[in-house]
Design a protein around this ligand. Structure first.
Ligand code: NAP
Length: 310
């Protein structure tokens, strides 16, 4: 069985190759752009493959997303819909994502955004501090990452709301589901954290209509995908005071253009898509386990439902 490893930087593909070859000596691994004969490739392990590449592999039997998101694969029309896709689910990355959710919650809850400014202005001034059990945190998306974020934020004493497509039950979290309960969910989010996958159903879900449903002066955090947000609407909501602070790890066009107003808006904090980073040294274990299942003809874990697009 031959697998092609595709990553934006070939050095990272080589790390994957070494880690996987040690564990699966019966498989052969190639690193893009060293394709060899495309007709020999059975599996693509891919993070951001150039569009059209996967469609040019005639024997492809499996695509493995080396990131937890799938939008980088599903927007490639060349990829045959019949080829199964599995995605990386790495507990280490889930932990990193929850750290970011916890950090942003505490950052806004404790008004560090304002105290940063006060320091620059050499202003020694105290702001009111809402009681933690009064500061409601809403997590949009209660999957592998969102459910972990929800539990950990709740463990700090914040009342947590969650929203997903299907009904969830998470101890200590008030769970809403479906489009019909979105407004009720949003109305209870003093801090809204987005961990939704980017799909046709979620693209642009954070827009002028939904932002209007938040309590006035809410905070918004996006650690999922920039395409979930209509950025012009978010900027308007900041300027009108509807939203009081924003922390974005992801934006619609990455890297963010040098002249984009998000860079310099005083109420926006930006990080360059670092909330969760794929670390091959930890991520190799779930990938190895799943490839072993593939070789044994067993059912695969984290198989993607093409119809739902996540
Ligand atoms: N910034 C970063 O560094 C970084 C790192 C890793 C991942 N991510 C992003 O995080 C996303 C989430 O990852 P995950 O592993 O938690 O995904 P997941 O396990 O697939 O969970 C997705 C969650 O979103 C919900 N959902 C999907 N479509 C929905 C809709 N139309 N309406 C309401 N809820 C919907 C799902 O509902 P159900 O539970 O009902 O199915 C589920 O709870 C990834 O897709 C990726 O884009 C970002």
């Amino acid at each position: 069985v031959v697998a092609l490893i595709i990553t934006p930087r070939v050095e990272q593909a080589r790390v994957w190759r070494q880690l996987l070859s040690e564990r699966l000596p019966q498989m052969r691994f190639r690193c893009y752009p060293q394709l060899g004969d495309p007709a020999e490739i059975d599996i693509a392990l891919s993070w951001k493959a150039p569009k059209g590449l996967l469609g040019s592999l005639p024997r492809l039997k499996l695509v493995y997303s080396l990131g937890m998101g799938l939008d980088h694969l599903l927007d490639d029309p060349s990829l045959d819909r019949r080829v199964p896709i599995v995605r990386l689910v790495d507990p280490n990355m889930v932990e990193q994502m929850s750290e970011y959710a916890l950090y942003s919650t505490l950052y806004f809850h404790r008004r560090m955004d304002v105290y940063e400014r006060f320091q620059r202005e050499q202003r020694w001034e105290e702001l009111p501090l809402p009681h933690t059990p009064m500061r409601r945190v809403g997590i949009m998306g209660l999957g592998e990452i969102g459910a972990d974020c929800a539990r950990k934020v709740a463990a700090l004493g914040f009342p947590v709301r969650g929203w997903s497509r299907t009904r969830k039950q998470i101890a200590g979290v008030r769970c809403y589901c479906g489009d019909g309960e979105l407004d009720a969910f949003l109305a209870e989010c003093d801090i809204l954290i987005s961990v939704l996958p980017l799909t046709p159903a979620t693209a642009g879900i954070v827009n002028s209509v939904t932002l209007e449903k938040l309590p006035r002066g809410a905070y918004f955090v996006n650690i999922a995908r920039g395409g979930l947000v209509v950025e012009a609407d978010l900027l308007d909501a900041l300027d009108s005071g509807l939203v009081d602070g924003v922390m974005l790890d992801v934006v619609a066009e990455e890297p963010l253009a040098p002249d984009h107003p998000l860079w310099t808006h005083p109420k926006v904090r930006i990080t360059p898509h670092i909330a969760g980073l794929t670390n091959p040294y930890t991520a190799v274990e779930p990938v190895y386990a799943n490839l072993k299942r593939f070789l044994a003809g067993e059912a695969l874990q984290h198989l993607v439902d093409r119809g739902r697009a996540y």
